[in-house]
Write a protein that binds this ligand. Structure first.
Ligand SMILES: CC(C)(COP(=O)(O)OP(=O)(O)OC[C@H]1O[C@@H](n2cnc3c(N)ncnc32)[C@H](O)[C@@H]1OP(=O)(O)O)[C@@H](O)C(=O)NCCC(=O)NCCS
Length: 493
C-alpha cells in the first residue's frame, strides 16, 4: 500500500545509495509521508535493481549482498519472481490448479488467536476495522504521520461490485475478542500488456503493533490466497513500500503543497536553501478559480461517454485495470450515498470537461481524499491530502504514437491545465497537499505544476504472474523519466 513523506531542500540528487543495506532494513516499513529532504534514501527500490545490474555485468556480489537478495524466508516459498530470475516469457508461475485442490479449512493459527470474517455491512464491524487501522496502519518511519482512513473510505475501497465478505479477513485474540490483524482482497480484472487476467487486489495488510515480527503476516497472506483460490482466482496485484521479490515496477511519490505554512509547521515540508518562508509561500500560491472552459463535476449520466474515453486513453499503458461499467461508476463516483454528497464531503472527486460548443466530453480527472493523523503535534491533528487517481483526455488522439513530439506536446499542455485545475479544486476543499505518483503520464506535468519529490517509493507486485519489467516513470538515478514515462495505468489505493 502506498506511503510517503515529502520535501526539504527539494534538490534532486542522483541516487548513489550504498549497495550493502542490511536485510533488516529491507523489512522496515519504508513508509515515507513527508517530502524528501534531499538526502539519500536509506533503502530504495532501485537497490535491488542495482544489485541485479552488477550481476548482469558479471560483477561479483559480496556475501552480504547475496544474502540481501536471497533471504526472504517466506517470499522465497511463494510463486513470485526471484530477484535474479531470468524472465523469458510472461504468464502464470505455478502449474494450473483447480479450487478442489485447495484446502477447505483455514491455515492453522497461533493458539491464542482465531480467524474471523469481518462483516463490513455491519456498522460495528466496519468501525472496528476502521479503529484498528487508525491505530495500527501505515506510519512514516519517524512515526509522525499515519494514514487516517474513514469508514466511508472503507465502504468505497473494500466494497466494489463483486466484493466478497470472506475476503475481509480478520484475526481476533481468543480471550479478549480484540481484532489484532486484518487483510483484504477485492476483485479486479487486469490487462498486463496484451493479456487479460482475473485477479484480486490485496490491500490493508496490518498486524497489531504489539504483535509485529511474529511471522503473522505470512499466515495472513497464505489464508487470503486460499480464500481467493477457492474462487478460481490465481493471480493478485499488491503494492508495498518495502522491497520484496520482485517489483514489476517502482514509482515514486511526489507532493504538491497547497497549504505550505501548515506543511512546514508539522514537519512535512522543509525550506530550500536560499528560499525564505515568504518566497516559498509565494511560489506555491494558486488561485481559487479553475481555468479550463467546460470543467464541471462528473455526473452519473456521463458514465458511458467517460468510460469510452477512459478505455481508449488507457490502451497506451502496459498494466491497467479493465473496469466493467458498474465498477467504473463505483470507482469514479462512489456509491449512491457518496454521489449525493456535496463535493466538499466526498472522498472521491471526479470532474469532466464538456466542450461548451459540441458538448462532447474531452477530459476526465479524479482524485481521492485520504487524510493523515498528525501524531504528537499540539497544533494540528490532521493533514488533509488529495491523491491523484485516474484521468483521461483526447488531447493526443490522432497525433500518432504516444511518444511523438506532437502527441507529447498536446498531452503535456492539456494535463498541465487539467491537473492544474485539480489543484485548485483540492485547495478549495481545504486540502493541504496534493500527491501523485510517477505512474501514468504524470512526469509530463509534475515539474511544471511544482510537485516536489517525496522520500517514498511504491513497488507494484504481481502474485503468481511473471512479467517483464514495466516503466515506473523514474530513471535509474530516480529522476523523472521523461523519455519512457510510465507503463503503469492502474492506481491502487
Ligand atoms: C506489514 C506488516 C503487517 C508486517 O508484519 P510484521 O509483523 O512486521 O512481519 P511478520 O513477522 O509477520 O512477517 C514478516 C514477513 O512479511 C513480509 N512483509 C512485510 N511487510 C510486507 C508487506 N507490506 N507486504 C508483503 N509482505 C510483507 C516480510 O518480507 C517477511 O517475509 P520474508 O521473511 O519473506 O522477508 C506490519 O509491519 C504492519 O502492520 N505494518 C503497518 C501497516 C503496513 O505497513 N501494512 C503494509 C502496507 S503495504
Amino acid at each position: 500500500m502506498s506511503k510517503f513523506k515529502a520535501l526539504g531542500n527539494g534538490t534532486r540528487q542522483p541516487d548513489t545509495s550504498n549497495l550493502t543495506p542490511s536485510h533488516h532494513k529491507f523489512n522496515q516499513p519504508q513508509t515515507s509521508i513527508k517530502m524528501s529532504d534531499g538526502k539519500k534514501p536509506e533503502v530504495n527500490a532501485n537497490l535491488i535493481e542495482q544489485l541485479l545490474k552488477k550481476l548482469a555485468m558479471g560483477e561479483e556480489l559480496t556475501e552480504k549482498q547475496r544474502k540481501d537478495m536471497k533471504d526472504y524466508k517466506f517470499w522465497k516459498t511463494q510463486p513470485v519472481a526471484k530477484f535474479d530470475e531470468k524472465i523469458d516469457h510472461e504468464g502464470p508461475i505455478d502449474k494450473p490448479k483447480t479450487p478442489a485442490d485447495i484446502p477447505d479449512t483455514p491455515y492453522p493459527m497461533l493458539k491464542e488467536f482465531e480467524w474471523v470474517t469481518m462483516d463490513l455491512d455491519q456498522d460495528e464491524q466496519l468501525s472496528e476495522v476502521h479503529e484498528f487501522l487508525h491505530a495500527n496502519y501505515v506510519e512514516d518511519k519517524d512515526s509522525t504521520f499515519r494514514f487516517a482512513y474513514s469508514p466511508e473510505f472503507f465502504e468505497w475501497a473494500l466494497k466494489p461490485p463483486g466484493w466478497k465478505k470472506e475476503w475481509h479477513v480478520g484475526v481476533r485474540a481468543k480471550a479478549s475478542k480484540k481484532l489484532v490483524a486484518f487483510i483484504s482482497a477485492i476483485p479486479a480484472k487486469l490487462r498486463v500488456r496484451s493479456k487479460e487476467l482475473q485477479t484480486v487486489e490485496i490491500n490493508f495488510l496490518v498486524v497489531h503493533k504489539q504483535l509485529r515480527n511474529k511471522r503473522l503476516a505470512p499466515v495472513l497472506i497464505k489464508e487470503i490466497t486460499r480464500r481467493v483460490n477457492k474462487h478460481d482466482i490465481w493471480q493478485a496485484l499488491y503494492t508495498a513500500g518495502v522491497v520484496l521479490p520482485s517489483p514489476v515496477t517502482t514509482c515514486r511519490y511526489t507532493h504538491r503543497p497547497l497549504n505550505w505554512p501548515k506543511l512546514y509547521d508539522i514537519g512535512f515540508s522543509g525550506l530550500r536553501p536560499g528560499e525564505t518562508k515568504a518566497s516559498t509561500v509565494a511560489k506555491y500560491t494558486i488561485g481559487s478559480t479553475t481555468k479550463v472552459a467546460g470543467l464541471r463535476p462528473m455526473k452519473l449520466e456521463d458514465v458511458d461517454e467517460v468510460f469510452e474515453l477512459f478505455e481508449k486513453f488507457h490502451e497506451r499503458y502496459d498494466i491497467v485495470q479493465k473496469f466493467t461499467k458498474p465498477e467504473f461508476t463505483h470507482w469514479m463516483l462512489g456509491d449512491a450515498q457518496q454521489q449525493k454528497l456535496d463535493i466538499k464531503d466526498k472522498i472521491i472527486v471526479s470532474y469532466v470537461v464538456e466542450n461548451p460548443e459540441t458538448h462532447k466530453i474531452t477530459d476526465f480527472l479524479s482524485f481521492y481524499i485520504l487524510p493523515f493523523s498528525v501524531l504528537e503535534d499540539s497544533k494540528y491533528d490532521t493533514l488533509n491530502a488529495a491523491y491523484l487517481f485516474y484521468y483521461a483526455t483526447d488531447a493526443d488522439f490522432g497525433k500518432g504514437d504516444r511518444f511523438s513530439e506532437e502527441a507529447t506536446s498536446a498531452l503535456t499542455k492539456r494535463l498541465e491545465s487539467l491537473v492544474g485545475d485539480g489543484l485548485v479544486l483540492a485547495k478549495n476543499m481545504d486540502m493541504d497537499v496534493f500527491n501523485a505518483l510517477t505512474s501514468q503520464d504524470n512526469v509530463l506535468f509534475l515539474d511544471d505544476l511544482k510537485f516536489g519529490l517525496g522520500d517514498g517509493f511504491l513497488n507494484l507486485y504481481l502474485f503468481n504472474y511473471m512479467t517483464f519489467p514495466i516503466k515506473g516513470g523514474l530513471q535509474e538515478n530516480n529522476e523523472f523519466d521523461l523519455v519512457n514515462r510510465s507503463g503503469v495505468g492502474v492506481v491502487m489505493l
